[in-house]
Write a protein that binds this ligand. Structure first.
Ligand code: DGJ
Length: 384
């Protein structure tokens, strides 16, 4: 059969496209979207909704201003987790000078989107810092949309837990101990004071600080915002209202004085697993892990989940999310960022299969791997 020139070109084009279809993850490499551009979704989270995955992350720009919010939250969608379609900006920053909390130049980090079955709305939470105030505002903020891809309408920001003591907070901790404000940081006495509510008391009225964060929806539909609080010394878990747009006031601390950020959470066989990092700014450090049989704790600290070369820097990355693979039991992908603060747009993505040895979450480096590893859990994570 004779082909026209146009027909030939189209065949060629689709052949090239087919060749470009990704069939594996290559952690740390450039990850092209459907237009061939490196994904721009840092500090990301993933929503699985009606057969599609939606990736939401910080849109970074080149150069020194690139870590502040200049554009907004970028969304991509995928059916196979390797190939991502650019869905554009889901939450757009407000114009500079508008006075909006999310104006251009504010800090919008670690967006996480969840779907609320009761309202039919998509709810995006993120860490918000107000323009020109460094990281002192320490707020968590919420935006809502009728569609997964947005546009998301900005609602408001919170210091969670205002006026509410955490669960199990002892009566005698409600009053400051003499001289506690003068304790030297990092001493055993100071650590004890932090564990007994030094910063919780300080921030009771304004509400607790909320920086690096994630959102987790449990099997019973209840959702939680887990964030670094108390000057990044202690993680807090705070229950969201039924519509996921506010806080119920029930909250608790995790690992007081443990100095954790970058929380990522999953549930496996009824237990909750948390992976975090230490606090070294944009520089990577060794990940930590925790397990609990209740979201409210007590949390037991486990070891560094990373193994092998570069485990002490989590393979030069920092956790952002644990993605349950749809349709596969106990299949989780650890998602992390390789930050490049001098030119944030270049930041890389480290996605690795998360396995378990008993209760201990485990990570192992792979240059290239695919979802087949979850069907043969004991085999090496090598892609075809
Ligand atoms: C590391 C955090 O995990 C990031 O989300 C960001 O807040 C930077 N620190 C800021 O230094």
């Amino acid at each position: 059969m004779k082909k026209t020139l146009l027909g030939l070109l189209l065949t060629l084009a689709s052949a090239t496209q087919a060749q470009q279809k990704l069939t594996a993850f290559e952690p740390g490499k450039v990850w092209p979207d459907d237009k061939g551009t490196h994904l721009n979704a840092h500090g990301a989270g993933v929503l699985y909704d009606k057969g599609r995955y939606y990736l939401f992350g910080e849109h970074k720009i080149a150069g020194p201003r690139g870590n502040s919010a200049q554009v907004g939250v970028h969304c991509y969608s995928s059916t196979d987790l390797y190939n991502w379609k650019d869905e554009g900006i889901a939450l757009t920053v407000a114009p500079e000078g508008s006075g909006s909390e999310i104006e251009k130049g504010s800090v919008i980090e670690r967006p996480k989107v969840v779907f609320n079955k009761k309202t039919g709305k998509y709810v995006m939470w993120f860490h918000l810092e107000l323009k020109g105030k460094g990281y002192s505002a320490a707020r968590t903020a919420v935006a809502v949309s009728d569609k997964a891809t947005g546009p998301y309408a900005y609602m408001r920001s919170y210091r969670p837990g205002a006026g509410q003591w955490p669960l199990g907070f002892k009566e005698e901790w409600k009053q400051p101990a003499p001289n506690e404000a003068n304790l030297k940081w990092w001493t055993p006495e100071w650590r004890k004071a932090v564990t007994e509510g030094l910063f919780v008391r300080r921030d009771l009225q304004p509400g607790q600080m909320a920086r690096d964060m994630t959102v987790f929806v449990d099997d019973d539909g209840k959702a939680y915002n887990i964030h670094s609080s108390e000057e990044n010394l202690t993680l807090h878990v705070a229950e969201l209202t039924d519509d996921y747009q506010g806080f119920t006031g029930r909250w608790n601390t995790i690992a007081p004085a443990g100095h954790n950020e970058a929380p990522a959470l999953c549930k496996r066989n009824g237990k909750y697993y948390l992976i975090t990092s230490g606090c070294t700014g944009w520089a990577p450090n060794a990940a930590r892990s925790f397990v609990s049989s209740s979201i409210w704790g007590p949390w037991q600290q486990l070891g560094n989940p990373a193994t092998g070369p570069d485990a002490d820097s989590t393979y030069h990355s920092q956790s952002t999310y644990i993605l349950p693979v749809a349709g596969k039991k106990n299949a989780f992908i650890f998602m992390a960022d390789r930050w490049t603060p001098k030119n944030p747009i270049e930041g890389g993505y480290i996605w690795l299969p998360l396995s378990f040895e008993g209760d201990q979450p485990r990570l192992q480096w792979a240059d290239r791997w695919n979802l087949g590893v979850f069907d043969q859990p004991k085999k090496a994570a090598v892609a075809q």
